[in-house]
Ligand binder design. Structure first.
Ligand code: ADP
Ligand code: MG
Length: 275
């Protein structure tokens, strides 16, 4: 199976990364794709959005990143750290980083051994069509590790006035990552999130984004939709909360587009069921 590994990253927090990882992954899974989410953000929001609290007995990120774990994983099977979710075909390698000391330790591990995530991804590749990595919003060793492990980077860009001024930094980030971390890293796309077409600044942002990034801006934008935040607060992907809401439909369109782009077949005929 040919796997597409996509890191969802941005230098800013609160732009819709976690919402995108969870809901895009959920729709990919409903389109019969086998999907793994790796929650690399020590905040663990993605893990909670999927109804887990990170206190799983089998462990998660922390154990996978332990020194020497890789040898064990090879023998023992990476699947023992991967959990099913309420959605068929959607699995999770959870963040179980519950305190600041562990977060510091995790960053140190990322500095010592920048390839550890790539090794983990390589072990999981055979089982998935898509691997989505939720990268933390910083320029520390952790997101770099995600960019090193990924085929591509998907950048959510929040539609707000500030976004215009942060665009040059975003371009810098992408160039920097491609030069120093992963020269093969492609740009999956720039995704406008919390978009409200009735607002002038949303339109201005779209125009600017298209000017700077040309064909890299997804035609599909994610509208501002409170059903998405309600679903997150309820610890569920929106497909299990309000499947037909505008936000849910937007993530479905994006998922169909990515299935088409990477796995060819027309997505319309492939919708699966919810357990
Ligand atoms: P990040 O992971 O980048 O920090 P989140 O996905 O957690 O961002 O989103 C930040 C906040 O915005 C959350 O409260 C989330 O529920 C809300 N949010 C994200 N996307 C949307 C959207 N399209 N419409 C409305 N609220 C959204
Ligand atoms: Mg997040």
């Amino acid at each position: 199976m040919k796997t597409r590994t996509i890191a969802i990253g941005s230098q800013k927090g609160g732009v819709g990364k976690t919402t995108t990882v969870v809901n895009l992954a959920a729709w990919l899974a409903l389109l019969k794709q086998k999907v793994l989410i790796i929650d690399l953000d020590p905040q663990g929001s993605t893990t909670r959005c999927l109804g887990m609290n990170g206190k799983s007995d089998r462990g998660g990120l922390q154990e996978v990143f332990s020194t020497g774990a890789l040898e064990l994983l090879r023998q023992d099977n990476i699947q023992s750290f991967i959990y099913p979710t309420a959605i068929e075909n959607l699995s999770l390698l959870p963040s179980n980083i519950l305190d600041a000391d562990t977060e510091i330790w995790l960053n140190q591990r990322a500095v010592e051994d920048p390839d550890v995530l790539k090794n983990v991804v390589d072990l999981a590749l055979a089982d998935y069509h898509f691997i989505l990595i939720d990268a933390p919003p910083s320029l520390s060793a952790l997101p770099k590790m995600a960019f090193a492990a990924a085929d591509s980077l998907l950048v959510p860009l929040q539609s707000e006035q500030m976004a215009l001024s942060t665009m040059p930094r975003l371009i810098e980030l992408i160039k920097n990552v491609q030069q120093s971390v992963n020269p093969y890293l492609q740009i999956e796309g720039i995704l406008l999130t919390m978009f409200d077409s009735s607002l002038a600044y949303s339109q201005a942002l779209l125009a600017q984004a298209k000017k700077h990034f040309q064909g890299l801006v997804f035609n599909q934008m994610i509208p501002r939709d409170h059903r998405l935040s309600e679903a997150t607060a309820a610890g569920r992907p929106v497909v299990l909360y309000d499947m037909h809401s505008a936000g849910s439909r937007a993530y479905r369109q994006l998922a169909e587009y990515l299935v088409q782009r990477h796995h060819g077949a027309p997505a319309e005929t492939k919708v699966g069921s919810i357990e």
